[in-house]
Design a protein around this ligand. Structure first.
Ligand code: CMC
Length: 428
């Protein structure tokens, strides 16, 4: 029998349906609350608010479980490729060999970026933060591909937009970096796979042979898979909210890139390395930084620690920590920052403040250490996150449109002045 919640307001009771997901998580359906009671709910930061039903990702923050379309992320990170996982997330099933070959071919064929977009890129100052540049360039796609503007046009048109953004984002990201260091743009080499192509565009020096290191490619593949989707987080909710007005895929993803940029979200990977660097310059002691993080009068937070939904451990962080040690060893890189990270993690996990608040290292705590070892510059870390998160944003936007979800429009409780009369400037 369907469960029901009973709400009692001033002696009058209301029945609210309880809905249940496939993994038995439950929610009280309040969609008729206002029309029946005149009341709304308030939940700043949406800490207890489910905004949608979704069949893409399952996450259990208490148990540290994360799966995409039912497949555990550790299996995917171990055995799959980023493009295969993208297909899974976007279309719902693992592709057959043929489907994967066709998808790969379609993505590869579209990796070139319009020369006029390169002109826009080159008009940014070379020291512009790449996340701002990429958010602008992605939204510029609406001008170059006007067929993408109407998300209701046809399934084929939407699919073309999806393939285009997946195909061109690595090129844009690498060109943004090429531009930052004053190097001419490296063009895609479609003989290479998705990851190797990106690495080559990032690092190849024109007129010199470039061979992609398989250790670097493997590590990047794993990292992108681990970032590929994470249900209703800040940037994904942004993508869905923007898309709910029937804005195009590109403008929705551009908004997602902006949301991801903040240091409390994807920007944390850059902030973690900067914090670890500061600790190193400061003599390496983590105690001072732990005390700062605990001091309520100090805005400093231990970057890479804590998570809105993981209150036990972040399963992605566990895999990334192991990978970080492996990658550094394989590449023969000695990074003192890894030692500081390990010490800081140990000290925080033993500290009552962090224990009481269930604060654990998150996905961003060790990812920067790997990116550094791979030679990726700090300002590009969050771009790597965005590149990984693309399939998640796309799938969530697509699901929302296919379910014809209503426009997102939260309510509020007004706390301003009551109505008052206008006063002439001379009398104020
Ligand atoms: N350092 C020190 N104290 C912290 C931290 C931290 N990193 N994170 C949370 N707290 C404290 C916070 O001050 C609060 O204490 P109190 O109960 O005494 O007021 C308590 O823990 C709960 O924190 P909250 O801010 O209410 O929790 P939240 O769910 O709103 O925030 C968070 C989650 C990730 C924004 C936060 O933990 C944080 O700012 N972490 C650092 C930034 C970071 O690493 N972000 C990356 C998240 S993972 C990548 C992604 O998917 O975005």
């Amino acid at each position: 029998m369907a469960e029901i919640a009973t709400l009692n307001i001033n002696g009058k009771s209301y029945e609210l349906p309880i809905i249940e997901g496939t993994e038995n998580e439950k929610a009280i359906d309040i969609s008729k609350l206002r029309s029946e009671t005149g009341l709304i709910t308030i939940d700043p930061g949406f800490k207890n608010t489910g905004s949608t039903k979704s069949s893409i990702t399952f996450l259990d923050g208490e148990k540290g479980i994360l799966s995409y379309r039912g497949y555990p992320i550790d299996q995917l990170a171990e055995k799959s490729t980023f493009l295969e996982v993208s297909y899974l997330i976007i279309y719902g099933e693992l592709p057959t060999e043929e489907q994967l070959a066709d998808f790969t071919r379609r993505v590869q064929r579209r990796s070139l970026v319009h020369e006029d977009i390169k002109k826009i890129l080159h008009s940014f100052p070379s020291n512009a933060h790449p996340m701002g540049v990429l958010s602008s360039l992605v939204t510029s796609f609406t001008a170059f591909y006007p067929g993408s503007l109407d998300p209701n046009r046809s399934a084929e048109a939407v699919d073309l937009s999806i393939v285009r953004i997946l195909a061109k984002f690595p090129t844009l990201a690498a060109w943004t970096y090429n531009n930052q260091i004053g190097r001419q743009a490296n063009y895609p080499d479609n003989r290479l796979d998705y990851i190797a192509n990106f690495i080559k565009m990032m690092f190849a020096v024109p007129s010199e042979e470039y061979k992609v290191d398989p250790v670097v490619a493997d590590a990047l593949n794993k990292l992108l898979i681990l970032h590929a989707e994470h249900e209703q987080n800040c940037s994904t909710s942004t993508v869905r909210l923007v898309g709910s007005s029937h804005a195009s895929l590109y403008s929705s993803i551009s908004a997602g890139i902006s949301a991801l940029w903040g240091p409390l979200h994807g920007g944390a990977n850059q902030a973690v390395i900067e914090m670890l660097e500061n600790i190193r310059k400061d003599g390496g002691g983590s105690k001072k930084y732990l005390e700062k993080a605990k001091d309520k009068n100090d805005p400093f937070r231990l970057m890479g620690f804590g998570h809105r939904v993981y209150k036990n451990f972040d399963p992605r962080a566990k895999i990334i920590k192991k990978a970080a040690h492996g990658v550094l060893k394989k590449l023969g890189v000695q990074d003192p920052v890894l030692e500081i990270a390990s010490e800081l993690e140990k000290a925080a996990l033993e500290d009552q403040y962090f224990v009481d608040r269930k604060l654990y290292p998150n996905v961003d705590f060790y990812s920067g250490v790997i990116y550094r070892a791979l030679g990726i510059p700090t300002e590009m870390f969050t771009v790597m996150f965005a590149m990984g998160r693309l399939p998640g944003w796309i799938a969530q936007w697509k699901e929302m449109r296919e379910n014809n979800e209503p426009i997102g429009r939260p309510r509020q409780i007004y706390t301003g002045y009551n109505t008052r009369d206008y006063v002439e400037p001379s009398k104020r």
